[in-house]
Design a protein around this ligand. Structure first.
Ligand code: ATP
Ligand code: MG
Length: 138
């Protein structure tokens, strides 16, 4: 499944009214949306999704942030999807993100950074399956 990645539009970007603009950037960059959902993570969901970060000092803040409002989750398809999507969104800290990237345009700060992008093909598959059943992927 090397042509797929998983993304979330995070609560800050939803609150700030950027769902439409971000989806437009994503599809304009050549990604096809194969699954899409407007939903809200429970505390348990967020702790499981970000379990890899549970020893990090910002874990509590991250769970609090990711559960405070709705998100948009999606599976995206394109050649080289994981790497190309990470390039499109920019660095974790928007202050360091390249001009034109989604985080540069729409993120607030390093903890409220507008979008998630999977960091490997393996995690893209795990994260996509966390959010979508097979019959929700087209
Ligand atoms: P994501 O996994 O959301 O795409 P990323 O891969 O760029 O982001 P990670 O290192 O996986 O960055 O961190 C996951 C998330 O945790 C970040 O997107 C951000 O919301 C939060 N985070 C990361 N580092 C910090 C930090 N130093 N302080 C506060 N929050 C942070
Ligand atoms: Mg990450």
């Amino acid at each position: 499944m090397t042509n797929r990645t998983f993304t979330m539009i995070k609560p800050d970007a939803v609150e700030n009214g950027h769902i439409g603009a971000i989806l437009e950037k994503v599809t304009s960059a050549g990604f096809k949306i194969v699954a899409l959902k407007y939903t809200q993570l429970s505390r348990r969901d967020a702790e499981a999704f970000y379990a890899i970060h549970k020893e990090r000092p910002f874990f509590g803040e991250l769970v609090q942030f990711m559960t405070r409002g709705p998100i948009v989750s999606a599976i995206l398809e394109k050649d080289n999807a994981v790497d190309d999507f990470r390039a499109l969104i920019g660095t974790t800290n928007p202050a360091e993100a390249a001009e034109g990237t989604i985080r540069k345009l729409f993120a607030t700060n390093i903890s409220e950074n507008a979008v998630h992008g999977s960091d490997s093909d393996e995690n893209a598959a795990i994260e996509g399956a966390f959010h979508f059943s097979g019959r929700e992927i087209y």
